[in-house]
Design a protein around this ligand. Structure first.
Ligand SMILES: Cc1cc2nc3c(=O)[nH]c(=O)nc-3n(C[C@H](O)[C@H](O)[C@H](O)COP(=O)(O)OP(=O)(O)OC[C@H]3O[C@@H](n4cnc5c(N)ncnc54)[C@H](O)[C@@H]3O)c2cc1C
Length: 204
């Protein structure tokens, strides 16, 4: 059994990336798919962060582009953005980042599934006001989504006024879990060539 499938494996020390350390981040269903040592890798590769918090007793969730760096998820938007406004008071926030890798078809209805990589992170938000820090994060975020594009060569840099108008929130991760499925069709007849139907893996 390798470390990815051993639920008792201790994740390697990663000082910047808090792994699971309370019951909140214990993966219950398919604990064998827990990959705590890959939290940072998945966050660096993800594209959309679904950011959730509670407002006046009601759940809220909104999708954002994001940047990940050393245990912090950064999200940005206009000053009127409701989620960024709520997070200014340091309330708890949950973030889900997931990537669909394959659709997995089975010869049995209940065997249809997907291969994926996902992270759920919990933390608190803090607004960043420092213009130099805003510029650094924005440039890093742009470079992550558009590798190879260079500020000044491919696009003009943001002005200080642009950066003052942009709200940037730093979500410091308290703890995070990662889970993945990377397997074939799981149905009871999928390995039987003579059983009617079809079973396959379709990359997304
Ligand atoms: C992939 C992706 C990436 C995005 N990245 C960013 C980003 O980096 N920065 C940014 O500011 N915005 C981003 N957006 C837009 C973002 O999701 C919000 O729509 C936007 O921030 C406006 O928020 P608000 O404060 O006006 O809405 P809120 O006041 O927060 O929302 C009010 C209601 O509007 C509805 N709503 C709001 N947004 C959406 C949505 N996207 N889809 C469906 N219903 C919605 C919901 O019902 C919500 O309860 C992204 C959207 C997507 C899909």
């Amino acid at each position: 059994m390798d470390e990815r499938t051993d639920p008792t494996a201790t994740p390697p020390a990663a000082p910047d990336v808090p792994g699971p350390h309370t019951d909140r981040t214990r993966i219950r269903r398919h604990a064998d798919r827990a990959v705590p040592e890959r939290v940072e890798e998945f966050l660096m590769a993800g594209q959309i962060a679904h950011v959730a918090c509670v407002d006046d007793g009601e759940p809220r969730v909104i999708p954002f582009l994001y940047h990940y760096e050393a245990g912090h998820i950064y999200i940005h938007g206009s000053p009127g953005n409701a989620t960024l406004g709520l997070l200014r008071d340091g309330r708890s926030v949950a973030v889900a980042v997931s990537k669909l890798v394959d659709l997995v078809a089975s010869k049995s209805a209940s065997g249809h599934t997907a291969n994926y990589r996902s992270v759920v992170a919990y933390g608190t938000g803090r607004e960043i006001d420092d213009i130099a820090e805003k510029r650094r994060i924005l440039d890093a975020m742009t470079a992550r989504y558009f590798p190879g594009r260079a500020v000044t060569t491919d696009y003009e840099p943001a002005t200080d006024e642009d950066l003052k108008r942009m709200r940037l929130t730093d979500i410091a991760i308290d703890e995070a879990s990662a889970k993945m499925r990377d397997d074939g069709p799981p149905g009871p007849h999928d390995a039987e060539p003579d059983f009617p139907g079809s079973a396959f893996i379709a990359p997304v």
